[in-house]
Design a protein around this ligand. Structure first.
Ligand SMILES: Nc1ncnc2c1ncn2[C@@H]1O[C@H](COP(=O)(O)OP(=O)(O)OP(=O)(O)O)[C@@H](O)[C@H]1O
Ligand SMILES: C=C(C)CCOP(=O)(O)O
Length: 254
């Protein structure tokens, strides 16, 4: 049973500030993972306020130029420091977790993953270690440099590892329409929900809810369903990991 779980940057940080972590939330997420740990689990987290501000300031999505080149290190360092907090919290909760940084094991082509070295990840899984990846700034064969979202990473890893369960924990109850959760979305519904999917309320260079659903719809079209749920609600991560989650939005195939 291979599980991919993304914890959104909106859960772990305050996205309206720069580099503002939520230590209690990080500790709670780590405790929940520890409580319901299973052998082949990959964790991904978003950048939240550790990376989106820097990526925006240095216009990293525009590719490599005299200005953006100066932003690669501060952006990577910011999200790497959030990753260290998450990995440390997991270790404190008794989870054998290790960091995996996409800047060092991944190549983009026009913003899409062209290649990712999976060997360290598969060896960690075999050793029952939890790899912890994150959205990152990554070198790009077409643009020089680009931004890889945790959401794209989730979809890539789910395909590469043939995941059995995929979850995206964020700070809302799922995909909302007029304040109510849409319980199920299929690729055929993309047109009708496009108009209700905006970005993020916080600073976000990767498309917020719209970017998330686009990645997950493509994944569902290939036969891998996923669920978007509220990871701010204590207990939901445990429920997701135990396949006991009765809320959120299921993105499934047609
Ligand atoms: N129709 C919608 N339903 C639910 N949320 C929506 C919708 N449209 C826009 N949003 C916004 O999307 C946000 C979630 O996306 P966002 O990318 O900010 O979260 P995240 O994945 O937790 O963060 P990160 O990208 O840093 O990991 C919600 O907080 C909400 O403001
Ligand atoms: C902004 C950076 C560095 C990565 C974005 O990843 P996301 O928060 O998962 O969208």
């Amino acid at each position: 049973m291979t599980i991919i779980l993304k914890i959104g940057g909106s859960v772990l940080t305050d996205k309206n500030k720069v580099s503002a972590a939520k230590p209690e939330a990080i500790a709670r997420v780590a405790r929940e993972v520890s409580e319901a740990l299973s052998p082949r689990l990959v964790l991904v987290h978003g950048a939240g306020s550790f990376g989106h501000h820097q990526a925006k300031e240095y216009r990293l999505k525009d590719g490599l130029n005299d200005w953006s080149i100066k932003g690669i290190l501060p952006t990577h360092n910011a999200v790497k420091s959030l990753n260290a907090m998450v990995v440390d919290a997991l270790q404190m909760s008794g989870v054998d977790a290790l960091p995996v940084h996409p800047l060092s094991n991944c190549i983009l082509n026009n913003g899409r993953i062209e290649h990712m070295c999976m060997e360290a990840i598969t060896r960690m899984l075999r050793a029952e270690i939890v790899p912890v990846l994150h959205g990152d700034v990554v070198m790009d064969t077409a643009k020089g440099v680009g931004i890889l979202s945790g959401d794209q990473l989730v979809a890539y890893l789910a395909r590469a590892l043939k995941a059995d369960r995929v979850g995206i924990g964020t700070n809302v109850d799922g995909v909302l329409r007029n304040g109510s959760v849409i319980r199920e979305l299929k690729p055929a519904n993309i047109r009708e929900v496009e108009s209700i999917l905006s970005g993020s309320v916080g600073v976000d260079v990767t498309g917020g809810m719209y970017g998330k659903i686009a990645e997950l719809m493509a994944l569902a079209g290939e036969g891998i369903p996923s669920v978007v749920f509220n990871a701010e609600k204590p207990g939901n991560i445990v429920k997701f990991l135990r396949d006991d989650l009765a809320e959120g939005t299921l993105i499934s195939g047609d």
